[in-house]
Design a protein around this ligand. Structure first.
Ligand code: SF4
Length: 258
């Protein structure tokens, strides 16, 4: 099994399929993973296989390392298209996530004002007012909604604790359109059970939720790297294109990554 644990707090820049030249900001420990989900497709691997021994980086550490990296990129004449909060787990788990967003926006404005600030999050902390307010300030508030089927979520995303999909949808609506929905579609099996969410029984209710949330955009994608669980398969181009076109037909922009 080949999984990725990213450097922390800054990594890259890397070329992202969805985001362009992206400088990564990883608010999780450098030697393991911290996430409120434990997705069977996570490129960082399963939580229990990557328990960290190091702490999360401090707010000061994030800012100092980011500023040094941006200064170097300015000197090299290679500025990022986007500063992306991602890495070894869920960025909104960091206790100072909101303050760090403010710091990063300030540094972006100072060093690379054309760059976007993006956050990739699994949506589990958006009930916290500070997290909601911070996400309202970023350019690309990219929030996961893999399905609206609770059984499927439990089988595939493995939330730690309670995950009430109706509440998540309500909180996604509360962004009043300042949100990009990100959804993984895949096929195959895990431990003898189907994990295929490309069928109508999954797509139709998911599409209804998307229409209710009214996001500025939807990003659908499929497995791109080796996964910790065996038996998972990519959704086909045709399946992704069909789902993408159904979203676009509702008037919401949608991209598919294969
Ligand atoms: S939400 Fe993201 S980081 Fe967390 S387990 Fe799922 S894929 Fe991995």
């Amino acid at each position: 099994m080949s999984t990725i644990i990213y450097p922390s707090p800054i990594f890259g820049p890397v070329h992202s399929r969805r985001l362009g030249i992206s400088l990564g900001i990883n608010l999780l420990p450098a030697d393991g993973k911290v996430c409120s989900f434990d997705c069977i497709y996570c490129e960082c691997g399963f939580n229990e296989d990557h328990r960290p021994t190091l702490p999360m980086p401090t707010r000061q550490e994030v800012i100092e390392k980011l500023e040094a990296k941006l200064q170097q990129m300015v000197t090299d004449g290679q500025l990022p298209d986007v500063l992306t909060f991602a890495g070894n787990g869920e960025p909104t788990c960091h206790p100072h996530f909101a303050e760090i967003i403010d710091d990063v926006i300030r540094l972006r404005n100072q060093y690379c004002p054309q760059a976007k600030v993006s956050v990739l999050s699994n949506s589990t902390m958006i009930h916290r007012q500070q997290v909601h307010d911070a996400l309202m300030k970023v350019d690309n508030n990219i929030l996961k909604l893999d399905t609206v089927d609770p059984l499927y979520i439990n089988k595939v995303d493995h939330p730690n604790g309670t995950y009430d999909v109706a509440q998540i949808i309500d909180r996604l609506k509360a962004f009043n359109g300042h949100v990009i929905i990100q959804t993984m579609f895949m096929r195959g099996q895990c431990q003898g059970e189907s994990v295929d969410n490309t069928g109508e029984e999954y797509v139709a209710p998911w599409l209804e939720a998307v229409k209710a949330i009214k996001p500025q955009q939807v990003m659908i994608y499929t497995i791109d790297r080796e996964t910790p669980a065996q038996g998972l398969e990519k959704a086909t181009h045709e399946q992704l294109d069909t789902i993408r076109d159904r979203v676009i037909a509702t008037g919401i922009p949608c991209t598919a990554s294969y």
